[in-house]
Structures are given as structure tokens and as C-alpha cells.
Ligand binder design. Sequence first.
Ligand SMILES: C[S@@+](CC[C@H](N)C(=O)[O-])C[C@H]1O[C@@H](n2cnc3c(N)ncnc32)[C@H](O)[C@@H]1O
Length: 259
Amino acid sequence: MKQKLSINQRLSIADRWDIAAKVWHTDKEIEIIKTLMEHLQISQQSVISDVACGTGFHSINLSNLGHNVIASDIDENNLKIFSKRLYEDDIKNITVFKMDWLKMQSTLFTKVDALMCLGSSITYFESWKEGKHIDSKNRIVGLKNVLHNFKNAVKVNGKVIIGFSRHYPENKNLEIVNFEPIVIEGELLEMKWFLELDWKNFQKKWTCDVRSEHNNYTFDLESHLYTLDEFKSICLTVFDNVEVLDINANYYDLFVVCS
Ligand SMILES: C[S@@+](CC[C@H](N)C(=O)[O-])C[C@H]1O[C@@H](n2cnc3c(N)ncnc32)[C@H](O)[C@@H]1O
């Protein structure tokens, strides 16, 4: 007899990610990005590369601020969802393509004024895949490789802006984050994150659990783990200047700005 697939088996991780992302991305975040761009004096006409575009939240908001956006991501299903959104909303100043930070060719696009890698994405550079187990051996070399590729993609005075999770106190090994329930497309969604931080092996496991009355959309992903000081010092092996900006104490990310 044919077995009925669960919702997590039927939906791609991109579909589930997109549902979860709608719960945590808020209008407040748009204000934070706006303040960040003003603080960094990145003018509205500048060309921005959003290299972890996912299903498009940051790219769309950067385009709403007037920037021309070159959006990319490794996950084709993310790009499909994003491209459909661009078509439906008739958004014209965003170009989307598939790209892996580990094999990035800056010749694919002209050098940009700023490159953004937001949403705590960078630590997943080799692990954005369900069930993918990583060890820490590539943690520093792999990160430096990604940072070099990012550096090559920006103009001489350009900036590389990296979202870095603030929830990394070294004394903790489990953090649970509860979100306010929210109605998305008629479905009341409750979301919880479980962040298992293994400081011995420098690994993080993020379980994202989103529930409604009838559905449970879940995924878990592994990533590398760095302290902020360590992350900064790795950035300094590639860039001359590294600055950490804390735009809003309630926002999940700090911004590490490299130039
Ligand atoms: C945490 S999500 C952030 C998405 C988006 N910035 C947001 O906050 O809604 C991380 C994104 O990084 C992408 N990613 C992970 N590793 C990558 C790689 N090596 N090259 C390109 N994209 C990658 C994933 O596909 C995923 O969309």
C-alpha cells in the first residue's frame, strides 16, 4: 500500500523555509536595514549584491529602498519561489541567479558597491541541506575562501556586510526562541527555534518548528559556530577594516562590515 507522505516530505526545505521566514521577518527589520544603509552611507542608486537571497525578503526590501539588486542563492527552489514573487509583484530592479559562494566567479556580475549576506547565513556555507552533517575541519579555511570571494565581488571602496547572530554566548549549549503567534495566509502559525550550540566541535544545530492547527512544518540544519571575536579575526585576515554594528539590540543579528 502506498504510504501517505508527511507535509515535511511533501514540501521542499525552501517551501518550509519560506513559511518560517514569514513568521520572523517583520516591518521592524525593514527599518533596521534602512538605518543600516543610511549609517553606512550607501546611496539609493548603488548596486547591491544580496548573496543569500533565500526567497527574497532582504532583496525586495533593498529594492524598495531604491537599490538595484543582484540576488543570488545556492538553492534552486528558493530561487523559484523568489522569481515567482518578482513576477507576480512586477518588481523589475532585481536580477536573480544561482550561485555558490564557494565557487563564486566575480566575472558573473560587474563589481558591486556593497555585498550583503544577511540572516546569519554565512555559517551555513557548506551545509544548507537537510541531513547534511559537517565537521569543523573546513570551518576556518572554508570561511576564508568565502570571504575572499565576497571581497573580489565588490568595488575597491565597496563594503561586505555580514549578518552575524548575536545568540552565541559561549556558556550556553541550548537556546530556545519563542515567537509571537501570527496569522499568515489564513493559518495561525506558532514558531519555536531550538539552537544546540556545541562549542567543543564548533557546530550549531538549528531546529525550526512551525505549527498550525493542522500542519507542522519542521526542518533542522547544521552550521559552523564561531565566537564574534574569532569571526572578526578571520575577517581581518582577508579585509583591512572590520567593524561590528549593533543597529538594534532586539534584532537577531549584528552586522559585521568589512572593507
Ligand atoms: C538563513 S537563509 C537566509 C535567507 C535570507 N537572507 C533571509 O534572511 O530570508 C541562508 C541562505 O543562504 C543560502 N546559502 C547557504 N549556503 C550557500 C552557498 N554556499 N552559496 C550560496 N548560498 C548559500 C541558503 O540557500 C539560504 O537561502
